[in-house]
Every structure is written in C-alpha cells, then in structure tokens.
Design a protein around this ligand. Structure first.
Ligand SMILES: NC(=O)c1ccc[n+]([C@@H]2O[C@H](COP(=O)([O-])OP(=O)(O)OC[C@H]3O[C@@H](n4cnc5c(N)ncnc54)[C@H](OP(=O)(O)O)[C@@H]3O)[C@@H](O)[C@H]2O)c1
Length: 303
C-alpha cells in the first residue's frame, strides 16, 4: 500500500486506447494509477494518473516502475505490425513480468484474445507472441487473470462502426461465404466492468467472455442494413476470396480490415461463452448500432 492509502495499479498500454478509455473511470476512484504508454492522454491527467511516457519494448529495467505496485493490467498490443515489432513488445513485457515477480506484485491482468484457427495460432506473429506471453504469465507464480473477450463494440470500435459506415455509404457490402458463422459481440464497457472486478479478485484463471446475443454474422449485417434504413444487398464471395480481398487492401495500405481478421471471423471461433454480467444486464448491440447509424456517414462514433 502507498501513502495515499489506495492500492497502486500500473496500466500498461495506458488509457488512450479503445479498452483503456472505458477502464480509466472505473479504476481511478479506487487506485493510485501509474500508466505506461507512448502518447499523452488528457483524460489520464484529469483523473490524476501518473504518466510514464515509454515504449514497452524499450524498457530494459522495470524494477523502479513496478516497485510498490499492487496490480498490473496490460492492454498494450498491436492490431498489425511486423514480426520484429511483436517480438520486441513481447520482450519488453517479459522483462516487466520478471520485475513483477521480483517485486512481488499481487496480481497481473492480461487482456488477450479468443482461440483462432490453428494456422493463425501457429503462423501469425500477433498470436504467436501473445500466446507466448500468456503462457509465461500463467507460469510466473504471480496471481494472474488472462481475460479473452470476443469482438468488442463501443465508442471508437474499429469493426462494427466501420461496417455500418460502409453499409451506409456503398450499395453492396461484402459477405464472406454464407455468413452462417456465429458472433456474440460484447460491449467494451461491460468488459471494463469485468476487468475492474478482476483487479481486486483472488485466484488465477483464464476468463473467456462473450456478449449476450449470438448472431449468425449475416443476421448482424442484416440488422445493420435495417438500422440505416436500407435493404440488405451483398457482394458475396468465398471466405478464401474475402481473405484475398482483405490482403489486397492491406497491401495497398488500408487499415480497414486485415486478412487474418476475415479468416478468424469466418472460422466462427470468435464466439465466446456468454458472461453473466455479474448481476448487471449486458449491453445489447442494436441500441448501439441505432446510435451509430446517423453518424455513420461522418466517421467513428465518439460517444
Ligand atoms: N478491440 C477489440 O475488439 C479486442 C477484442 C479482444 C481483445 N482485445 C485485446 O485487448 C487489448 C487492448 O486492445 P484495444 O482495442 O484497447 O487496443 P488499442 O486501442 O490499440 O490500445 C492499445 C494501447 O496500447 C498502447 N501501446 C501499444 N503499443 C505500445 C508500446 N509498444 N508501448 C507502450 N504502449 C503501447 C497504445 O498507447 P500509446 O499509443 O499511447 O502507446 C494504445 O492506446 C489488446 O491486447 C487486444 O488484442 C481487443
């Protein structure tokens, strides 16, 4: 415990990202926050968090940063990067974990991802290095929680908000295969509640979290057409061609959708067990889509 009387929490990856923005207001009342990431975040200063401006991969010695810390929460990862960049981030996180062991940190939360098709698990640097860190954490001796949410929706998401914008803007929307694979999106605010509770929980484990409604992917896109007031019209292609198309866009520098994301989505493996919400009803997708729809021609939602 530190002089403020509140436990100290180290937020790795900070509160500027998609999940971090939702988590900050839930953590700030109960913890003294220390936050490691690269770009300034005004909200952190407003909540009195101490910002340590560092690239995780560049930190050689974490001891002084971790000293006196009760809980570590890691949100740092990249959606896309070269293999070397993932390896460097992994190496930085490994050094952090060693320091957490040495300094006897009380708990370490790692936000990870659902199982993926075997090929991706074996070959995709994003997953190989992430799983390796997950395994290291589970073997470290520090009490841990590895939280594996399914695809998330909420302010600033890079999937549903992008899809609805495309549906509104273009006459056809790409459909990979028959769209029969399942998804059960979880609200990022609900994930933040789970993480807040985990920060003071006991025991170690893997927590797979899915949202309350399970859709066939095509039911979800049909719903999106409905909320923007259009009749569903699809440009149907095989999942294989969908992966090719996304690969082409990716090669042209687009960050809309990556080929591995199409492969993962069309595998149906993103679906996760429904979380019970710990007594609070989980947010549903449709009201979020309805709030997004009027803004979808302009750009990502901010509220
Ligand atoms: N989004 C989803 O739907 C989803 C679903 C399941 C799991 N997840 C997992 O949840 C975690 C967080 O996802 P997110 O969507 O919140 O990601 P995000 O919006 O990209 O945020 C990640 C944050 O990490 C920081 N960061 C990245 N690389 C860093 C580095 N080398 N050193 C220091 N800080 C670094 C970035 O802040 P700075 O730029 O300031 O450094 C960024 O704000 C990831 O592990 C992701 O795989 C996400």
């Amino acid at each position: 415990m530190n002089p403020t009387g509140r436990p100290r929490l180290l937020l790795v990856g900070g509160a500027g990202g998609f999940i971090g923005r939702q988590l900050l207001p839930l953590l700030a009342p109960d913890f003294e926050l220390r936050s490691v990431h690269r770009h300034a975040v005004a909200e952190e200063a407003r909540f009195g968090a101490e910002w340590i401006p560092l690239d995780v991969g560049a930190v050689d010695d974490w001891r002084s940063i971790v000293r006196g810390v009760d809980v570590v929460v890691n949100l740092a990862w990249y959606r896309w990067a070269s293999p070397g960049v993932f390896e460097r981030l992994y190496a930085g996180l490994s050094r952090l974990l060693r320091a957490a062991v040495a300094e006897q940190v009380g708990r370490f939360l790692q936000v990870s991802v659902p199982p993926a098709p075997e090929r991706l698990e074996l070959e995709l640097p994003y997953l190989r290095w992430k799983r390796r860190f997950d395994r290291d954490l589970a073997a470290s001796g520090v009490p841990w929680a590895i939280v594996r949410p399914t695809l998330l929706f909420g302010p600033g998401d890079v999937l549903l908000s992008v899809m609805i914008r495309m549906i509104r803007r273009y006459p056809f929307f790409p459909m990979f295969g028959d769209g029969g694979y399942r998804v059960n999106p979880l609200a990022v605010g609900d994930l933040a509640r789970f993480l807040r509770a985990q920060a003071t929980a006991h025991g170690s484990g893997v927590y797979d979290l899915g949202g309350p409604e399970t859709f066939r992917y095509r039911e979800l896109t049909d719903l999106m057409f409905r909320v923007v007031g259009k009749r569903p019209r699809y440009w149907t292609m095989t999942p294989r061609n969908g992966i090719r198309l996304a690969g082409l866009l990716q090669a042209m520098g687009s960050r809309l959708l990556y080929a591995y994301e199409v492969e993962w989505l069309a595998s149906g493996r993103l679906v996760q067990p429904v979380w019970d919400g710990a007594g609070v009803p989980l947010r549903r997708v449709e009201p979020y889509l309805r709030r997004l729809a009027p803004d979808s021609a302009r750009g990502p939602a901010t509220a």
